[in-house]
Write a protein that binds this ligand. Structure first.
Ligand code: GLU
Length: 553
């Protein structure tokens, strides 16, 4: 067979050579050991939480080594294309600190190794496809859908492996004349790889996280170019990762079965094989056993985290705890450092699937939020509320300094409060600081409203906003004693029958009157933050309201 002639017949428009491509995309000028990694999504509009794993690994490996981390949009499947999906993905990832050094950006692209969208690289793939044909390593296949279906049915009946291989590869050795005739008749074809592999052979391969693996060689003549001339994932992977000078391919483990084919392809093309890291799928616990996280599970859609109001930093920290087993320990020892200071290591990655766990995420998030300054929290809650809670937003925006005082309660000390994980919890937990959300009620059971009313009324006559915490508390103790409650909780516990309750009960009356809740941060701080006017108004309103309620009852 005259392969040269076949190549000309198939790719008459290709005038450039692989050597030209090598010159256009030369090896990168990077320091020794610098890693070049990429994220290569096929955006569908749905940004999957799982995407944070390969992006974070790729980003860390590149940036910790002085290398390059780039974005390549794999849009070869036109059927799945969703307009604007790539832009939405870039925006979402940026919110989680995933910044690309090269790749598509809104309105264009940056970097010298583009185009970074595969559909714009068709001419490049054809240069390499032509070379493969010239070398007898690829050939056109004109098999129709019906013929392929028939082959599959026969293989099923014979209980042999499905696929286009061996005697089933019906276009593998057709004469040139036959191909020429088909081309003349304008029939479409796919370009197939001529596999020299056999399933009798095993290949050894080392994945940088999964370790040493033994895989079966590929014997199928897989498709390289589809009938529209657009490459399959496999062919584009080899050409792009070579020309873009990727050193480490980080991708989902669903690609592991295709690896033997990729190894063949790199070899056939004369490319050096990059290193691979196959990331296991995220798992969840369900009914006592591990299951793959599905698209419908809560928390797989990144939009969920925005809506709930997770701090992106907290989410990244959670991802870090799942990616590197020593992250939490490091963070405990270096509480003031950011995740980006952590020495990320492939050695600390688990080869099997990470377990996604909301409790753990919320725990990590509570810690992360507790380390933020009041100003940071105020800004973040404000930004979130603008999109998701207009009422809260209008309160925060009207008086940001007050909001900052609210969020500074219990913050900043060696043991900061860890009361909330997400911004959507703020209204429920701290809403009482704003009159609009404050709802009174919920006093401890078993106390006569008239008694509570009397205590609240008396408190108003002794309340003085300038009191320090000791004086403030002494006044509550005096009040407790006056109404037959123990001054100290200890006393009460020793002799509960002698009292109506303790100073704690009296504080609870005040707390409920002021916040509508039986739990809150330190009451003294809460009152100072609410300020004299709100404190007097609420206590007075409650004192009279309880009395009215008591009369009616
Ligand atoms: N486009 C492929 C995907 O979305 C990329 C796999 C890879 O990173 O090579 O799964």
């Amino acid at each position: 067979m005259d392969y040269q002639k076949l190549a000309e017949l198939l790719f008459p428009e290709v005038t450039e050579t692989p050597e030209d491509m090598e010159k256009r995309y030369p090896p990168r000028n990077l320091p020794e050991g610098a890693k070049v990694t990429r994220f290569a999504p096929s955006p569908t509009g749905f940004v999957h939480f799982g995407g944070l794993f390969p992006t974070r690994v790729g980003e860390r490996l590149a940036h910790q080594s002085g290398g390059v981390f780039y974005l390549r949009i794999e849009d070869t499947d036109a059927k799945r294309e969703v307009p604007g999906a790539a832009e939405a993905l870039i925006r979402t990832l940026a919110a989680y600190g995933v910044a690309f050094d090269e790749g598509p950006v809104v309105g264009g692209e940056k970097g010298d190794y583009g185009p970074y969208r595969q559909r714009r690289r068709a001419a490049i793939y054809h240069v390499f496809a032509k070379r493969l044909v010239e070398e007898g390593k690829a050939y056109p296949c004109f098999a129709s859908e019906e013929e392929l279906d028939r082959i599959r049915a026969e293989q099923t009946a014979l209980k042999v492996n499905p696929g286009y291989y061996g005697k089933w590869a019906i276009w593998r050795d057709r004469p040139l004349e036959e191909i020429e005739a088909k081309l003349k008749a304008g029939e479409s074809f796919v370009l197939r790889f001529r596999s020299e592999g056999s399933i009798e052979n095993k290949i050894r391969f080392t994945d940088l996280v999964k370790g040493d693996l033994e895989l079966t060689e590929n014997d199928c003549d897989h498709v390289l170019l589809k009938s529209d001339g657009i490459p399959t994932y496999h062919f584009a992977h080899a050409v792009d990762d070579h020309l873009m000078r990727t050193t480490h391919v980080i991708r989902g483990e669903e690609w592991l079965p295709s690896l033997p084919f990729h190894i063949q392809l790199f070899r056939a093309l004369g490319f050096k094989l990059p290193k691979y890291i196959h990331i296991a799928q995220l798992m969840k616990m369900e009914g006592g056993s591990k299951k793959k996280l599905s698209k419908r599970d809560k928390g797989t859609d990144m939009e969920y985290y925005r809506r709930e109001g997770y701090s992106p930093d907290a989410v990244v920290e959670y991802v870090m705890t799942l990616l590197n087993s020593n992250y939490e320990e490091w963070h405990a020892q270096n509480p003031d450092k950011k995740w980006s200071d952590f020495p990320f290591s492939l050695k600390k990655m688990s080869p099997s699937g990470c377990l996604f766990d909301f409790d753990k995420l919320n725990d990590v998030s509570k810690n992360a939020v507790s380390r933020m300054t009041a100003k940071e929290v105020t800004d973040a809650v404000c930004a979130w509320a603008k999109d998701f809670s207009p009422e809260l937003y209008s309160e925060l925006a009207a008086d940001p300094a007050y909001a900052e005082r609210v969020f500074s309660i219990g913050r900043g000390g060696p043991k900061p409060r860890k009361d909330f994980a997400v911004w959507s919890e703020v209204e429920g937990q701290f809403g009482y600081f704003w009159d609009r959300f404050y709802r009174a009620g919920g006093y401890p059971e078993g106390y006569d409203p008239a008694l509570i009313s009397a205590i609240l009324g008396d408190y108003l006559s002794v309340y003085s906003p300038g009191d320090d915490q000791t004086v403030w508390f002494d006044k509550i103790k005096d009040l407790a004693e006056h109404f037959g409650f123990a001054r100290e909780t200890k006393e009460y516990k020793k002799n509960p029958d002698a009292y109506k309750g303790s100073v704690g009960t009296v504080s609870a009356f005040l707390r409920v009157a002021l916040t509508g809740r039986q739990t809150s941060p330190d009451l003294y701080e809460v009152m100072r933050t609410l300020g004299e006017t709100r404190v007097r108004e609420r206590i007075a309103r409650e004192a009279s309201g309880l009395l009215k309620g008591a009369d009616n009852g």
